[in-house]
Design a protein around this ligand. Structure first.
Ligand code: PLP
Length: 354
C-alpha cells in the first residue's frame, strides 16, 4: 500500500552531498558567525519579544527595515525560512495541475528541481552554452506553452558564477506569458538587481537570501520581492507564523548592524580576486570569472583526484561536474584568509605532484 502522491514514489529525498570537513568551502557559506556580531543587541531586543505569543511588533519592524534595505515598499515583500522555503512557496503557488511546469537554464541551482518536484511542478531545462550564455529565443520557445507557469533565471548563476545578459533578461520579462523568477541569492556580491523593475514588469518575482552575504545560512532567512498583487497571491499558500519570532528578531538586529556584514562582503570580494589570480597562475587549472562568493574551476582529467586529495586534507569543496557544460569542474567558496591560503597550498601541492 502506498499512502502518498503517486509521483513521489519515484523521487529521491532532497539531499546535499558535500563532505563535512574542518575547512568548509563547499556550500557558499560565510566564515563570519552573525551571532558573534549581534549577540548583545539581539538579547536586549528579545526582552520585548515574548515567545508565548504568536504575534509581536517585531514582524512589522522587520518588514520596514527589509523594505528600506531592498529599496521597495513593505507590501512588495514576503519573507520566510531561507530562499529555499520561498522557492517552495512560489512553486506551490504557480502549479495548476499535473501538466504544469517551470523552465530553467542548466546547470543552475540544483534545488529548483528538488522543490519543484516536491510540489508536483515539472521542470524543463535549456542548457547554457559553453561560454555560460544562452539563446533567448530557445528559452522563450520552451516557455511558450500554456502549461509553463514559471520562467526561472538565476542571476548571477550558481554554479557557473556569471551574470546573465541583462538585455536577454529584459526580453524574457517582456515577452513571456508567465511569472519570471530572478534568483538574486548572490546579489550583494554582484551588485546587480532587478528590484527597481517590479512595477514595470508585473510578472517579475525576485528571491534573495541572508545565507550568503549576511552570513546566516544556519539561521534560515530569505525573502521575495514582487508587485504587491503577486505577494498577496503567494501568501495564500504560506502557513501563518512559519517564521519564528526569534529569527525575526535576529534578522532585525542584523539589519541594524548591516554595515558589518556588507564590509565583510567587500573583504570576500577582494579575497576572491586574490584567489582567482593565484588559482589561474597554477599550471593546469582553468578558472571562470565570478560575480558571486565562489569560484568554479577545472583541473582537467585530474579534477576528481584533486577533489579527493582536498577531502583527505580536511578541505570540502563541491563537485559540479554532473552537467556536460561543467564536466570536470568543481566549485570553491571564498572564505577568510586562513582557509583560502590552506586551500591554495593544497591545490599547488597536488598539481605539482600529480
Ligand atoms: C542560487 C541559490 N538559490 C537559493 C539558495 C538557497 O538559499 P537559502 O539558504 O536562503 O535557502 C542557494 C543556496 O546555496 C543558491 O545558491
Amino acid at each position: 500500500m502506498y499512502y502518498f502522491r503517486e509521483d513521489l514514489k519515484s523521487k529521491k529525498p532532497v539531499n546535499i552531498n558535500v563532505p563535512d570537513k574542518r575547512i568548509k568551502m563547499g556550500l557558499n557559506e560565510s566564515s563570519l558567525d552573525p551571532f558573534e556580531v549581534v549577540k548583545e543587541e539581539f538579547l536586549e531586543k528579545m526582552k520585548n519579544v515574548h515567545l508565548n505569543r504568536y504575534f509581536n511588533d517585531i514582524t512589522k519592524t522587520l518588514r520596514k527595515q527589509l523594505a528600506n534595505y531592498a529599496e521597495v515598499a513593505p507590501e512588495c515583500l514576503a519573507f520566510g525560512n531561507g530562499a529555499d522555503e520561498m522557492l517552495y512557496y512560489l512553486f506551490n503557488s504557480v502549479r495548476n495541475d499535473n501538466n504544469s511546469f517551470a523552465v530553467s537554464l542548466a546547470p543552475s541551482y540544483f534545488d529548483y528541481k528538488s522543490y519543484s518536484g516536491a510540489v508536483g511542478l515539472g521542470i524543463k531545462f535549456l542548457s547554457l552554452n559553453t561560454d555560460f550564455d544562452f539563446s533567448v529565443e530557445k528559452y522563450l520557445k520552451l516557455c511558450d506553452n500554456e502549461n509553463c507557469k514559471l520562467a526561472v533565471l538565476c542571476n548571477p548563476n550558481n554554479p557557473t558564477g556569471n551574470l546573465l545578459n541583462e538585455n536577454k533578461i529584459i526580453e524574457i520579462l517582456k515577452r513571456s506569458n508567465q511569472l519570471v523568477l530572478i534568483d538574486e541569492t548572490y546579489f550583494e556580491f554582484s551588485g546587480k538587481t532587478f528590484a527597481d523593475k517590479i512595477y514595470e514588469y508585473p510578472n517579475l518575482v525576485i528571491v534573495r537570501s541572508f545565507s550568503k552575504s549576511f552570513s546566516a545560512a544556519g539561521l534560515r532567512f530569505g525573502y521575495i520581492i514582487s508587485h504587491p498583487d503577486n505577494i498577496k497571491e503567494l501568501e495564500k499558500v504560506m502557513t501563518l507564523f512559519h517564521l519564528n519570532l526569534m529569527t525575526q528578531t535576529m534578522i532585525s538586529t542584523m539589519l541594524e548592524k548591516k554595515e558589518v556584514f556588507l564590509e565583510h562582503n567587500k573583504k570576500i570580494i577582494q579575497n576572491k580576486e586574490d584567489v582567482y589570480q593565484k588559482l589561474s597562475a597554477i599550471n593546469g587549472i582553468s578558472v571562470h570569472p565570478s560575480a558571486t562568493n565562489f569560484l568554479t574551476f577545472s583541473a582537467g582529467d585530474r579534477t576528481e583526484d584533486l577533489f579527493n586529495f582536498l577531502n583527505q586534507n580536511d578541505i570540502a569543496i563541491r563537485p559540479v561536474w554532473h552537467h556536460p557544460v561543467l564536466v570536470k569542474h568543481v566549485r570553491v567558496t571564498i572564505s577568510n584568509a586562513g582557509h583560502n591560503a590552506a586551500f591554495l597550498k593544497n591545490m599547488k601541492k597536488f598539481m605539482e605532484e600529480n
